[in-house]
Design a protein around this ligand. Structure first.
Ligand code: KMH
Ligand code: ZN
Length: 277
């Protein structure tokens, strides 16, 4: 992909599984808050939403009923590509993570290996990766392969070689950079990832915490797409907390325009990702 040949797909990851509502009161955790966030972010340039759901106590949950209700509500109120997390929280069992696919989102995340995750371990065994990949192929769900470290790009190539292309026929991945335990979020590491990305694939990049902006600039300059949101960063600038997810999406949209790679809308994102309309 040549750097200036395409617009920018902006994904918003509004909630995640790690932040506590008590400590982050503006984190969207209820269905109403999520739908409002989705609408606000679509208006300022997001075209994909990466969703983690919370329960009535605002704790992360993979309850299938809630996931289905969430997919339906976001579809009813926006045109965003709806991507569910199969990563969940580090404590979620594989069976629950696999069952996420039964909510039949447009897209779902699929992490390409185990990684230290702060003080925890985010476990993704090879057999589990294959089960997720095949489960998505069977259901026509388009994966976003999550890459937390460079070796996981090798795993992605092995997965595609052994088990074929994903639903939709196109490979799209997200470099999740700056997780304590994963690859750092800087230009050098993003550049190193480029030569390991499978031929014909598109990529997005996410910088966690203070790597948010360096990764955003690096990805835009390298022809990549971007993911932003309160799952990944709660700080807008030094000493300034994020106001809401739309603030992060609006900044990414502005920078994408400056880079002459303006945000693409949900329909164009569907075509790019191979998601059925
Ligand atoms: N919450 C992390 C343990 C994903 O959404 O697929 C995993 C995660 C990745 O956020
Ligand atoms: Zn996530």
């Amino acid at each position: 992909m040549s750097p200036s040949s395409t617009g920018t797909l902006i994904t918003v990851a509004p909630t995640g599984a790690e932040h506590a509502k008590a400590e982050v009161p503006n984190l969207p955790v209820t269905l109403d808050e999520l739908v409002q966030t989705a609408r606000d972010c679509e208006r300022v340039g997001a075209s994909v939403i990466h969703i983690h759901v919370r329960d009535d106590e605002a704790k992360p949950t993979l309850d299938l009923g809630r996931l289905k209700e969430t997919v339906a509500a976001v579809r009813a109120h926006t045109r965003l590509v709806v991507q569910l997390s199969t990563g969940g929280a580090v404590t979620d069992p594989e069976s629950d993570r696999l069952a996420v696919l039964d909510a039949l989102p447009d897209s779902a995340s699929c992490t390409m290996g185990t990684v230290n995750f702060g003080d925890d371990v985010f476990l993704n065994r090879w057999e589990f990766i294959v089960a997720l990949h095949k489960g998505m192929q069977e259901r026509g769900i388009v994966p976003e392969y999550e890459i937390f470290d460079l070796g996981q790009l090798t795993t992605l190539r092995r997965l595609l070689d052994q088990h074929g292309l994903p639903a939709g026929g196109h490979v799209h991945l997200d470099l999740v950079m700056g997780v304590p335990g994963g690859m750092p979020g800087d230009t050098e590491t993003l550049a190193a990832a480029l030569r390991l990305i499978p031929e014909g694939a598109t990529f997005s990049a996410t910088g966690v915490g203070r790597s948010s902006l360096p990764v955003l600039f690096a990805s835009l300059s390298a022809g990549g797409h971007v993911r932003v949101g309160m799952e990944d960063t709660l700080s807008y600038a030094k000493g300034e907390r994020v106001r809401d997810n739309a603030q992060l999406v609006a900044r990414a949209s502005g920078l994408a325009r400056i880079a002459q790679r303006p945000p693409i809308g949900p329909e164009e994102s569907r075509v790019l990702l191979g998601v059925a309309s």
